[in-house]
Structure formats: structure tokens, C-alpha cells
Design a protein around this ligand. Structure first.
Ligand code: GRF
Length: 223
């Protein structure tokens, strides 16, 4: 039997967790070459992102709170589904649930998130407004490993944008979002190719990946 190149390469299997709009999910789908999105899970059955996944024939699973009684049951159901799917990587993309340590510890170095700020600045919500209030001249986004803290996991990559005079929360958010849509698929592709490695104590980068990041104006932590 002959295999096409695509069949011969073992793609990184990614499960994406969403709660809402799904614009990062859309960008991950559109750029999925070295990795494969095997499933999209949502804690919100109304998440518009689910329609984006369904339109690309990606299996979707939603876990409305009402069906599980409370958020403990809801989280347990999501965890069980993830265990069954056994993805190589879990990518949170606008997933608005606080995950418990036992959930996170089940997938060590296999869960990442995108956050709309230059961490460690502005963990949590309302990041664009906080950057404007602080009169920052630079803002951006961060892809990081998920740990038990609030946006405290190891930084994998960041992209900056300028804060322009007259910016509103909306104009600044849109500028950051455009960079989110570039950096998240790049990180996934780099994880798939081995250009980025997630370890217990460090994130490691290949030389080519570092040069490529520079060309794309992504910031990687120094070794
Ligand atoms: C993004 O800004 C992301 O950084 C944050 O939540 C937002 C999700 O947007 N974690 P979308 O659902 O991907 O459009």
C-alpha cells in the first residue's frame, strides 16, 4: 500500500478548548498543516466558535453547565472527554473556565493558553483597558504553558504591538488580536516540528526557530 506524505507524518494531535467567539480557533484551523485539530470542546454550548469547528468537520463537544448540575461535574466531564481523546496538546483559546490543579496536573506540559497581554503584566481579565489606563506604549499577547496559577505558567512566545495615541479598548484589542492569530498557529507548528520543546523545567527552542521568531518579530524568552 502506498501512503501520501501527509499520511506518513505523525501530526501533533491538538484539542482546542473554547468558550466564545473562536477567532483564534479559526486561525488555528486555517493554519493546521503540521498539527491536526482532532476535537473542539466548549463549556458553552452557544459558543459561536463551535460553528466554525463544525464547518471544518472537526468533532465538537459541548458541556453546558445545566447538563452537569454544577461546575464540578462540568469540569469532570470535560476532563473525562480529554482523557479519552488523549491529544498530544491541549490549546486553550478563549476558554473562560478556571481549571482545578488536578485537571492541569493530568496533562503536564501539554496544555497551553493564549493571553491578550504581555505577561507577567496584566494576568486575568480586562487587559486592554488596564494597558490604556497605565498609559503603556506597548502591549501584546503571550502564549504560555498552563499551570495552577492565573496566567502564571512558563512563557513560550510573545508578540508586541504599539499603543497608538487615541486608541480605545476596541482598537487596541483588534491590533493585539491580529498578532494572536499569527503567533498561536506558529507556536503549534513549532511544537509539532520539534522547534519548540516543552519540558518540566524549561521551554527549549531550536536555532532555526529562534531565527524564524526574529523574522516574525515574536519574542522568545532567553535560554
Ligand atoms: C483572545 O483575546 C484570547 O487571547 C483570550 O480570549 C480571547 C478569545 O478570543 N484568551 P477568540 O474567542 O479566540 O476570538
Amino acid at each position: 500500500m502506498e501512503y501520501s506524505n501527509e499520511q506518513m507524518i505523525n501530526k501533533l494531535k491538538v484539542a482546542v478548548l473554547i468558550s466564545g467567539r473562536g477567532s483564534n480557533l479559526k486561525s488555528l484551523i486555517e493554519n493546521a498543516r503540521d498539527y491536526e485539530i482532532i476535537a473542539v470542546l466548549s463549556n458553552n454550548p452557544e459558543a459561536p466558535g463551535l460553528k466554525i469547528a463544525a464547518a471544518s468537520q472537526i468533532p465538537c463537544f459541548s458541556f453546558g453547565k445545566r447538563a452537569y448540575g454544577d461546575s464540578t461535574g462540568q469540569k469532570r466531564a470535560i476532563l473525562e472527554k480529554l482523557k479519552a481523546l488523549n491529544p498530544d496538546l491541549i490549546a486553550l483559546a478563549g476558554f473562560m473556565m478556571i481549571l482545578t490543579p488536578d485537571f492541569i496536573e493530568r496533562f503536564p506540559n501539554r496544555m497551553i493558553n493564549i493571553h491578550p497581554a504581555l505577561l507577567p503584566k496584566y494576568p486575568g481579565l480586562d487587559t486592554h483597558n488596564r494597558a490604556l489606563q497605565a498609559q503603556d506604549t506597548e502591549h501584546g499577547c503571550t502564549v504560555h504553558i498552563v499551570d495552577a496559577g492565573l496566567d502564571t505558567g512558563k512563557i513560550i512566545a510573545q508578540a508586541t504591538v504599539p499603543v497608538m495615541p487615541g486608541d480605545t479598548e476596541e482598537t487596541l484589542a483588534a491590533r493585539v488580536l491580529a498578532r494572536e492569530h499569527e503567533i498561536y498557529p506558529w507556536v503549534l507548528a513549532s511544537l509539532a516540528s520539534g522547534g519548540i520543546g516543552l519540558n518540566v523545567t524549561s521551554v527549549e527552542y531550536g536555532v532555526d526557530t529562534r531565527s524564524d521568531a526574529k523574522l516574525r518579530r515574536f519574542l522568545l524568552p532567553a535560554q
